[in-house]
Ligand binder design. Sequence first.
Ligand code: EPU
Length: 418
Amino acid sequence: MYKILVEGGHRLSGEVRVSGAKNAALPILAAGLLAPGRSVFENVPDLKDVKTFLKVLEHLGASCSFQDHAASVDAACCEPNEAPYDLVRTMRASVLVLGPLVARCGRARVSLPGGCAIGARPIDLHLKGLEALGAKVSLAHGYVEVTAGRLAGADIYLDMPTVTGTENLMMAAALAKGVTTLRNAAREPEIAALADVLNLMGARVSGAGTAVVTVEGAETLSPARYTVIPDRIETGTYMAAAALTRGDVTLTAARPDHLDAVISKMRSAGVGIETAGDSIRVKGPERIRSVDLTTAPHPGFPTDMQAQFMVMMCVADGNSVMNETIFENRFIHVSELRRLGADITVTGNTAVVRGVPRLLGAPVMASDLRASASLILAGLVASGVTEVHRVYHLDRGYEAIEKKLTALGAVISRVWED
Ligand code: EPU
């Protein structure tokens, strides 16, 4: 297994190009299953999750390739094969094949994703929505099986604005007969990106990015070519790295308009941020100021940036109250940050972070993707060396992170440990 060593105390400066968004790429690759023929998606990040997802699609009968950030999904014929436990357990997002598969082939069988480190993460809303579209859902032997004739449009209210749930139902509705209205839909930029792809394929999706999404289904869809949007969470993570190291970093190929809440909070924390077109220049202050924070569905502050922002608060001047409202167990990084000298207390879904003048490097263990990113960030400011173990989580979601950070002046390396 690899570990990452970060030597703290180096100021970051220069330019870094943002990669394509993992959480936009995965549903878009799944949408490839909806049309007979070869869809090509560009700016797909070179990540473990992407490769695993392509394996899932191949398992379902699609021919896939991935080269130079272009992924092709050729779903000439669609076999209602199953997405097995071994693949699904490593990546919950595999559940995104349910909607397109049942819509196109009339049957989908996917291993039920279990809970994960950050919470129980049920998929009841995905399944309720598919039932509303006319599918039959059954659970047996750890698998969810969904069968249907042609799906029929329906009016669906989501109890929670679930991101992958909204995506699954949009894809299913794209081949349903008639109009589907999704109410209390997720409003993340990744939803709008998927709507763009479905529209290119011949569906008629409107309202994506608002709480009410309407999908007029088509009898058949055609393959599409599409360029994936930039990763807003990767962007935010490098913004935090610049802020923490009193750096001066410009992010290119970014979408500042997808980061309103993050930019606003960082400015309140004293971070200098200038945006121009697709670039964001971030200048870290002498000392970060404490600010309070509550995560919320988009356009609120993203839960996927909570751990990274917490590191900023660990070394800020003052106390910060941070509320996590999306996942019930997303403070696992706290105990690791404490090992570096952070002063944090957690009660339920609230963390109180008392800023300390400095962190001290130590060995720490990564527990999930964003927690891993937060430990790397902490390593950038901690004095001495921080050893981050179990970094395979990081490779699921951050493309070439050591290379990108090294180019900005960080001292970071990956070493093999038995
Ligand atoms: N929920 C239910 N029932 C459902 C679906 C969701 O109760 O049927 C609950 C969840 O348990 C959670 C809340 O609704 O408490 C929101 O979960 P959501 O379904 O929106 O999360 P997701 O779709 O599973 C996506 C991202 C996550 C990101 C969340 C929240 C992808 C592939 N994953 O997950 O990304 O944290 O939305 O924004 O898009 C990450 O990239 O590190 C990551 C975890």
